[in-house]
Design a protein around this ligand. Structure first.
Ligand code: NA7
Length: 537
């Protein structure tokens, strides 16, 4: 491959995670010329980069996997109820090898920008190392949580010890006996803290906003359990697809206050013991009714008091500024229990702000100092839009995607296409159920729709697809309206669901809260009405 000559393609896919691998396999099979570019030296996306100790998915292994090849799902053996990062990465490597995907992926290749040429109806994408790809379609399989939030910790660069980032964890990191500080108590922090506590000398946990942390209750799969799933896999996948979350959850149809206090408590207790996301299905109105949500919050507070020995620490760990769910609920193992360890100290920086990092630790507003030799950042991501605004993407008439999305948030028709950016299609990101569902199921829904669209266009000699402006306005308003029917946007959570974790980012509730069933109906309705919501030309 020469630096001067551009690679000519039907489809350029950006990203080789769950989305990009599936797109490549499907579209190649449908007869398109496809190439995937990937920044990492390996497949996996999120599951390649986030290899910090304790990293695990909170969707069950047997469901957090592709459903499009029965042999694949029959031959792959999961070992635990919930998959560890390494297991998911091994699975995706296996998929890449089994379907001979690597030959069409350019690794360590980062797209710097892309430009639309109306006359040829082609995108030209430039990579950071100066290569060029020309493609009819530019498919963004970039993930919702793939660009870290810029570090906004006062004086962080003064710290002279080792700094580790959970989103780019060095494979050979050994923190045995070290004195470590973790900043961040989101899903990542709540997983890395208990894992590190076991090996480090001492651990300081910096918390600004407490989270609701539900126990995972992970365990090895029991004898025969995997075989039983495999025996009814297609039915299981279908059942998953019939639930808004893209994974079957045994939701209680009752509302929290149609039962008495005793039954309410027993229900929470039973689901707390069962662990995982089923806890969120304790009652049907938890995300719709403030009183119901207050009840589940009170239950978790009670659990925190029960588990945590020091009442002052327990008090600090209780979230009290937003409804359960408004911030991504955290599923983790032994999180609250970890604060009973002698080597773990909780530092609350909400009441007593972090004044500055120093060469050897940090100083708080009240003058307290904490010393450590290693700093671990678990400070989150520039969610949804980050991977798009990082690139210099120029659409019709030079319109810059970064400018539009940084000012107004991500505007799309059905989460798939944005007005002004023809033939740029987006996989499972803003405006689609994505992070509020089993991500793999959400991705499969998008890949199927996109693949059908591309074949439809090829068959009819159509060259471009683009969001129809009015449909886009309507879709964005609808996503907002649905979110506002729930408690998701409420409270002072600073949630990345609505860009509130980053100063200056437009605050718009980005995922589509109605779930994959409603969303699938909307996709189908568009197809049935000759791709309503889009302009095909
Ligand atoms: P999150 O959920 O955004 O969590 C980031 C954490 O870092 C959160 O506790 C933040 O506190 C904290 N943070 C960030 N910046 C600061 C500063 N400046 N000072 C103090 N604390 C800070 O990211 P995760 O990686 O944990 O999880 C992301 C998703 O990945 C997860 O939900 C799953 O879907 C997978 P804050 O809440 O802003 O006060």
């Amino acid at each position: 491959s020469s630096v001067d000559s551009a690679t000519e393609l039907d489809v350029l896919v950006v990203g080789a995670g769950f989305s990009g691998l599936h797109l490549l396999h499907r579209l190649r099979g449908d007869g398109f010329s496809v190439r995937v570019v990937e920044s990492a030296p390996e497949v996996g996306g999120t599951w390649y980069w986030n290899r910090y100790p304790g990293a695990r998915c909170d969707v069950e292994s047997v469901d957090y996997s592709y459903s499009w090849d029965d042999e694949l799902q029959q031959e792959w053996d999961w070992t635990e109820k919930y998959p560890a990062q390494g297991d998911i990465l091994a699975y995706l490597k296996h998929v890449a090898d089994r379907f001979d995907l690597r030959k069409d992926i350019d690794f360590e290749t980062t797209v710097a920008g892309a430009e639309w040429d109306a006359e040829s109806a082609r995108w030209t994408a430039r990579t950071e190392d100066g290569r060029t790809y020309v493609a009819q379609y530019l498919l963004m399989a970039v993930g919702c949580l793939s660009v870290p939030k810029e570090v906004d910790l006062p004086g962080a660069d003064r710290f002279s010890g080792q700094v580790l980032r959970t989103w780019n964890w060095p494979e050979d990191a050994d923190l045995t006996g070290r004195s470590v500080c973790v900043v961040g108590t989101g899903s990542t922090g709540a997983q890395v803290v208990p894992a590190l506590a076991e090996v480090v000398g001492d651990l300081t946990v910096v918390q600004r906003t407490p989270n609701f942390v539900i126990p995972t209750r992970n365990r090895p799969l029991a004898d025969g359990e995997l075989e039983a799933v495999k025996a009814e896999y297609p039915a299981r996948r279908q059942r998953n697809a019939s639930h808004p979350a893209g994974v079957f959850r045994s939701d209680n149809p009752k509302t929290a206050f149609e039962v008495d206090e005793g039954e309410r408590h027993a229900t929470f207790q039973e689901r707390w013991e069962g662990g995982g996301i089923n806890f969120l299905g304790s009652f049907s109105d938890l995300m719709f009714d403030q009183a119901a949500n207050d009840a589940v919050c009170a239950f978790v507070h009670e659990k925190i008091e029960e588990i945590v020995d020091d009442p002052k620490v327990a008090e600090l760990l209780k979230p009290d500024s937003y409804p359960l769910g408004a911030k991504r609920p955290v599923i983790a193992t032994d999180y609250y229990e970890t604060f009973n360890r002698d080597n773990v100290h909780l530092v609350d920086v909400r009441e007593n702000p972090l004044e500055s990092f120093t060469e050897t630790g940090l100083a708080l507003a009240n003058g307290d100092q904490h010393e450590f030799d290693t700093l671990v950042l678990a400070t989150g991501f520039d969610s949804f839009t980050g991977a798009f605004t990082k690139m210099d993407v120029r659409g019709r008439d030079g319109l810059q995607l970064r400018e539009v999305w940084q000012a107004e948030g991500p505007k799309t028709s059905l989460g798939l296409s944005s007005d002004g950016f023809p033939n740029l299609l987006i996989v499972a990101n803003a405006g689609s159920p994505s992070v509020l569902a089993n991500m793999v199921a959400a991705i499969e829904q998008h890949v199927a729709w996109i693949a059908d669209l591309l074949t439809h266009m090829r068959e009819r000699g159509l060259r471009t697809i683009e969001a129809e402006p009015q449909a886009q306005e309507k879709w964005v308003a609808h996503v907002e309206e649905v979110a506002n029917m729930t408690l998701w946007p409420n409270g002072d959570s600073g949630s990345w669901y609505r860009g509130a974790n980053i100063a200056g980012k437009p605050q718009i509730f980005m995922p589509y809260a109605a779930g994959v069933v409603e969303y699938g109906n909307a996709l189908q309705e568009s197809v049935d009405n000759d791709y309503a919501g889009f302009v095909l030309a």
